[in-house]
Design a binder for this molecule. Structure first.
Ligand code: ZN
Length: 350
């Protein structure tokens, strides 16, 4: 395993950011290559500890000569966001200088050429995105590890790669898969796949491509047991796709969890500002018209609360982790049994 340090110069004199990249060479040039990054949203750490738990498995596989495909690992992909501490909180989702989401506005290249990405320049957040995209290009498997506020483990998968990727979802043991296509606001996963979609099918070989945004539950799901389980899921995926040889890992190749198009997601907003009393948790089934939360907007008054009702029957994917809301803020993501009446265009906040 080789470690190198990537350096991104800041936008002002005397400032630079650095992050490590770990690389393992594969013994078989024909085997798929894999790229894994975590914490592009710098405060989302379940993926970071999953990668930390994965590394000993990779080192052991390397020592035993079982690494077949090339691996590139970026355990903490966003030192710029990581440094944005204000009033005791990390702002790891948006770059403060440009107010841009760190997982939007990646360059959409016509060809999978790292040099094209790096030539674009711009502010530090743009150059970080270009570097990450350049690092990931050339890998058949690209995993971007995120988390939601509170949620089940789920994947965003490009529709062009489904159902070919169902063995990956099964190996990872996630609860749900959300399929998207079209535009996502140039998120990292879209930028990773976009150049290949411009090529002929024979060249692109989409059947062996794996590109996904992994939502490893919620912000607080950072613990030893979960990290070990997620690392095992990542390892199983690498074995299933032939990056690592390991006869001891055989698992189900049929995904049995929930699969739904992104148009089925209802993002339910708070009708009033106040305190949130949730009735449902991620993973619950709800029926249309069922109460999913109550907003206490005038504590102590008669009629001082407002119920929030499920707009349709479905599966609770996520909910916010704070218990204070403003009017119009998102409360939950509900995967409806039918398309949402007011489905959002493009990607959800991931
Ligand atoms: Zn994220």
């Amino acid at each position: 395993m080789q470690k190198s340090i990537e350096t991104i110069l800041g936008d002002t004199e005397g400032v630079a950011y650095a992050f490590p990249v770990y690389r393992l060479e594969g013994s078989d040039p024909a085997a798929p290559a894999a790229y894994i990054q975590a914490a592009l949203h710098a405060g989302e750490l379940p993926g970071v500890v999953a990668v930390d738990a994965l590394m000993p498995k990779l080192r052991q596989a390397e020592a035993e000569g079982r690494i077949r495909g090339r691996l590139t690992i970026v355990p903490a992909a966003n030192p710029v966001g990581r440094a944005q501490y204000h009033f005791g909180e990390v702002e790891g989702r948006f770059h403060l200088g440009t107010r841009t989401n760190f997982n939007r506005d990646f360059p959409l290249l016509d060809q999978p050429d790292p040099a094209l990405a790096e030539a674009l320049g711009g502010t530090v957040d743009q150059r970080l995105k270009q570097r990450l995209l350049a690092l990931s290009l050339g890998h058949d498997i690209v995993l971007d590890l995120h988390c939601d506020d509170e949620g089940v483990a789920y994947l965003y998968v490009p529709r062009a790669l489904w159902p070919a990727m169902q063995d990956c979802a099964a190996a990872m043991g996630v609860a749900a898969v959300i399929l998207w296509d079209g535009q996502s606001g140039a998120s990292f996963d879209e930028a990773s796949l976009h150049p290949w979609l411009q090529l002929s099918p024979e060249t692109a070989r989409l059947d062996r491509k794996v590109v996904t945004t992994v939502e490893y539950r919620g912000l607080l799901d950072v613990d030893r047991r979960t990290a070990e389980a997620d690392a095992e899921g990542l390892y199983r995926l690498l074995v299933a796709r032939g990056v690592i040889a390991d006869a001891s890992r055989t698992g189900p190749s049929q995904f049995t969890g929930l699969v739904a198009p992104i148009e089925h997601i209802d993002v339910v907003a708070a009708p009033r500002a106040g305190a949130i009393l949730f009735d449902v948790s991620p993973g619950d089934r709800v029926a249309r018209g069922e109460r999913i939360a109550t907003i206490v907007h005038a504590a102590g008054e008669e009629n001082g609360t407002t119920d929030v009702i499920a707009p349709q029957s479905g599966y609770m994917l996520t909910r916010v982790c704070r218990r204070s809301t403003y009017a119009g803020d998102d409360l939950v993501k509900l995967v409806g049994d039918a398309p949402s009446a007011n489905a959002r265009q493009g990607a959800l906040e991931d």
